[in-house]
Design a protein around this ligand. Sequence first.
Ligand code: ZN
Length: 691
Amino acid sequence: MKKSTLIFSLALLTGASCITSCHKTQTKNNEINYNVEKFYDLEVLRYDVPDFDELSLQQKKLVYFLTEAALQGRDILYDQNCMYNLAIRRTLESIYVNYPDKQDEQFLLMEKYLKRVWFSNGIHHHYSEHKFLPEFSREWFADALKYIPEEDRLRIQGDKRVCGTEHDGVSGIFSPIVFVMFDPDYMSKKVNQTAGEDLLLTSACNYYQGLSQAEAEAWYAAHKDTSDEPMWVGLNAQLVKNGEGDIIERTYKVGGLYSEALERVVYWLKQAREVAETEEQRLVIDKLIEYNTTGNLRTFNEYAIAWVKDLDSRVDFINGFTEVYGDPLGITGAWEAMVNFKNIEATKRTEVLAANAQWFEDNSPTAKEYKKETVKGVSAKVINAAILGGDCYPSTPIGINLPNANWIRKEYGSKSVTIQNITDAYDKAAQGNGFNEEFMLSDKEIEMVRMYGALDDNCHTDLHECLGHGSGKLLQGVTKDDLKEHGSTIEEARADLFGLYYIADPKMVELGIMPNAEAYKAEYYRQMMNGAMTQLVRIEPGKDIEEAHMRNRQLIAGWVLDHVTPDAPEVEIIEQDGKHYMRVNDYEGLRRLYGELLAIIQDITSTGNYAAAKEIVEQYAVHVDKKLHEEMLERYKKLNLAPYKGFVNPVYTPVTDKDGNITDIQLNFTEGYAEQHLRYSRDYSPLPTWN
Ligand code: ZN
């Protein structure tokens, strides 16, 4: 469906922001319930924040102020994902709170839908990108709207110029809202990556309004910064075509788009700068404040460089427009935030990798001309997340590698983290759920994964993040954008393959990271099984694979299966009692295949070979084997598990003395899922409904 047929209302509201929030003191509950709740294909978990008590008071205050800054941007992501998301969320929340009969069958279906909206930061599935439809009836919903108090209705209406006619008894502001929620075809996909279609006009995300893909690409081409230290033009702005046909950049900044939220972010960053651990860290925060205030992309580069250089602080954070997966053109950043602090013990592992970065670069199976002569500034650490926000919440990555600007990575290196407490929470929540027993070939594989699965997972993530993404170089004149819509898939495949190739290297045992020469096999088995088979449980019947990480995993497994030795396959899918299983016959041979593919993917990356990227992605990464898909879904369904996980955050509460000075920060792990989202929508929701 075309997005441009909508009539948009773009007036900016700049209301005064209230930056005080109320805190109640709670005591810490040591018993953590990791499994919170399940609905649809989603499961909400909880994570622990180990070693928080180890931090000094100053560090705890820093964490607390940064968590406040992290929560203030929540609304931004909703609006970026789709311009109707805030209106729909606020409408649903108001009915949720005010509807009189909380046991009504239709009400319970709406509650389920709302939980899904919270999970996805909007009406499109956070992973598949498809719009999910309500199970409650339009008629019931139309009637339930009458319980929305006038105050809420005015807030939802905002300054929206309503063009909607009455449908099914719904009029005014709720008419377009109901239409967007219930119409299966309108805004049906958040990010469309289908080659040959206009990716902007067919995507529901809100990074562009009224422009075709060709117009946006022409605009970016005309405004591209070709200097040696280029600005990432478009990173922090929405592109809009106005009534006169002019293309206008609406910059995300204080006084610009999303001002109300960014003002509060800046307020909390200013508190944080006062308790910064080091001068380097204070500079990071100051630059971020300046960038949020001016929107200047040169300042953003300075901020990113300062952030890479800040290595000694224990507490660290991300806060801003970062990953570009949500933009069909891969240019504009989705708002995300994470506050974390170093896990000292586990970081020793990644420090060893970082110290040997050059060895890994020199010995990789890629062509010599694509290797870096000197791998600079590969820093890696293991962290505990203290709060997840924006694009990291509720669903979160387990590793992060930033910044994304290639020239900064080349000149200054990058920072890479593995988020250990999140991995641990997944592990704890998944114990004994029957998944491995159903999908793995035999007890041998199950036992192997039981012994080494968690360790392999952490090591593979370390390799992927701290060496994989940072390895290799682009040839002169090649840029990261050359691979266009396939860039993310190829880049993730490159990092994954780097990790797969090296996790089996004797060097890993020699360095004391892997315990023995067998332990890597659990990772190999799982990668093949997951990439070719079990990850399909995340895809709806009849759909193809859209998300870059999933595409990358299928690309790797699919390519390998297609390149095995014909009469002695290193790895194969076999059938047993009517079920399909992955069987690895030769782990060393499998490693050789991973290495060959790594060389190919590095070649595509280093030369910016768009045609080759397109070919390999389209051949292996996108299409789903329908029969195998059906079988996976059927077997998976019987296990009654949820394929996607997300989290609730802990609650941080400052303890103050009689003069109002903070004397401690307490942690609480008991808040429920709905409770948390309603609180966030009450205390951290500064944006107007229409932006
Ligand atoms: Zn990655």
